[in-house]
Design a protein around this ligand. Structure first.
Ligand SMILES: Cc1cc2nc3c(=O)[nH]c(=O)nc-3n(C[C@H](O)[C@H](O)[C@H](O)COP(=O)(O)OP(=O)(O)OC[C@H]3O[C@@H](n4cnc5c(N)ncnc54)[C@H](O)[C@@H]3O)c2cc1C
Length: 490
């Protein structure tokens, strides 16, 4: 049977595209290399514990609600989102710590208590600026398909032109943060938001100020049942609407005839014909491998990550759901990652213990510690030898011990480790990058691949490496834009 639409990949972007199209009467088949839906959003059972092994924090919950509403359903019937408070607990090596709340009153109180009144005022001034930038740019850069530089010359976007200087494209994010905050710890805290899309605060444009604004304004959320409940909700809605899933189907080639996409061929040789092909795969993989464009240039990739899933015995550390342990050498970490292409030896560590917010994630007598450290993208699929992995694990545990002395004596099972090579192989993610291309240049937003392929008719892209970028809310939007493009070209 000829499908209206074939989608390569059952990531969140691909599934949203699928459910949008199916709700409009299209027949949709999703081919997924792995044996389950969700892509980088996945769940691991290990050592009597349950872990979210990918994303751990959700912002902009209204994007999830809208995605379900657009298919004629209500998110709450599929998923219960819980607000997280504090959103994140930050710690420094000198013993200082700070809880970041999205409630502005609680945030002001905590900021004044920990950093003083002046810092609290600086933070509010920062948020006021970031709010203006978010509202001026969101419709152009986030909530609509984007056509690169041409976008600016469209009649509807002309009102943005007077706001251009306040967007600070040519100022580095770190410099902007340093202009606003006098306390170096707050500069570092705000710099960290560049890592939300895998970029360096020392290279990325100040426009990234919208990321902390979004987190503070819309809060941090966690679904009851774990983050994977989101993947299950998308999968369920797709299935209700008749989307056909074929798992363990690794697509080898996108079939093109006279520059028009006609379907795909799986690695086992099966041909799937379709009127339209949406790729939820990494765009470089789609072009270089599936379209056989051997000269395709690799973009500058976002960070990859080194993950440890650690079942921990009950312990005295009283962890928050989300904790960041800051290194003292923040700039050196990013130089190591993006310039030297080496994993930093003193690193900032992120720990998420989802059982702290969600009873369904509590595992009997243990705690589920998800530990993530940013790394450079891998150069292939064999960079992370056993020896390198063991060395890095040791460095991370040593770093955690500096904040939480005795932590290692509570480890209940040998950590389950996921390296950048694993991300690369598991998801065909170029360099194992977590968020697609980096935003390290002032032109990144303009150069990100568009949702409609500019060269091949009836081919579309969604997911973290296409517009509007990585992270769960954004990939949901990218799926929506790809689906809209299919409808516009049908
Ligand atoms: C460790 C980690 C932490 C993260 N933390 C956060 C967070 O806290 N908050 C947040 O919002 N985001 C976070 N992210 C990012 C977020 O997970 C991703 O941006 C998002 O899940 C990507 O969705 P996607 O639609 O691009 O598809 P992906 O998840 O990349 O899925 C693409 C799918 O396509 C399949 N595929 C690829 N090629 C082929 C092929 N040739 N044939 C068949 N199938 C193919 C893959 O197997 C995969 O299942 C994190 C990611 C990771 C890995």
């Amino acid at each position: 049977m000829k499908n209206d639409v074939i989608i390569i990949g059952a990531g969140i972007g691909g599934m949203n595209a699928g459910m949008q199209l199916a709700s409009q009467g299209y027949s949709v088949t999703i081919l997924e290399k792995r044996s389950e839906p969700g892509g980088k959003m996945r769940r691991v059972f290990y050592g009597d514990c349950i872990f979210d092994a990918g994303p751990s924090l959700i912002t902009m919950p209204f994007i999830l609600r809208d995605a379900f509403a657009q298919t004629g359903s209500v998110l709450d019937e599929y998923l219960k989102l819980l607000p997280i408070d504090p959103i994140c607990h930050y710690r420094w090596l000198d013993g200082k710590h700070y809880d970041c709340h999205s409630n502005p009153f609680k945030r002001n109180e905590e900021t004044e208590k920990i950093f003083g009144r002046k810092s609290m005022q600086e933070m509010n001034a920062y948020m006021a600026h970031a709010s203006k930038v978010y509202h001026a740019t969101k419709d152009v850069f986030l909530f609509n398909p984007f056509d690169g530089f041409k976008e600016f010359f469209k009649q509807k976007n002309l009102p943005l032109l007077p706001a251009l200087p306040s967007l600070k494209f040519s100022t580095k994010f770190h410099s902007f943060n340093a202009e606003y905050f006098t306390n170096p710890k707050l500069i570092q805290l705000f710099d960290r938001f560049a890592t939300y899309n895998g970029s360096s605060p020392y290279l990325a444009p100040a426009t990234l100020m919208v990321i902390p604004f979004i987190e503070f304004e819309y809060g941090g959320w966690y679904p009851e049942g774990g983050i994977y409940a989101i993947a299950e909700a998308f999968h369920k809605r797709c299935t209700e609407l008749g989307v056909n899933f074929i798992f363990n189907a690794d697509v080898d080639e996108i079939i093109i005839d006279k520059n028009i996409a006609k379907g795909v061929k799986a690695k086992d040789g099966t041909l799937y014909e379709a009127q339209h092909v949406i790729s939820n795969a990494d765009v470089y993989h789609a072009r270089h491998d599936l379209l056989r464009k051997s000269k395709e240039k690799k973009p500058e990739l976002s960070t990859s990550g080194f993950v440890m899933l650690i079942p921990m015995h009950k312990n005295p550390f009283n962890m928050s759901h989300h904790t960041v342990l800051f290194s003292d050498e923040y700039e050196r970490e990013f130089t190591a990652i993006f310039k030297d292409k080496e994993s930093p030896d003193e690193m900032t560590v992120y720990i998420s213990v989802s059982g702290k917010s969600d009873i369904s994630q509590v595992c009997d007598d243990k705690e589920n510690w998800f530990v993530l450290v940013n790394t450079p993208p891998t150069s292939g699929t064999k960079e992370w030898s056993e020896e390198k992995t063991a060395r890095y694990k040791h460095s991370i545990l040593t770093m955690i011990e500096r904040f939480l002395p005795g932590m290692q004596s509570y480890i209940a099972e040998e950590p389950f480790i996921i390296t950048p090579d694993d991300f690369s192989m598991e998801f065909h993610a170029t360099g194992g990058s977590l968020y697609g291309s980096s935003s390290n240049s002032m032109f990144s937003a303009f150069l990100r691949p568009t949702n409609t392929d500019p060269h091949i008719q009836n081919l579309y892209h969604c997911g973290g490496s296409a517009h509007p970028g990585g992270g769960i809310p954004l990939v949901i939007l990218s799926g929506q834009f790809a689906a809209q493009s299919v409808m516009a070209h049908s």
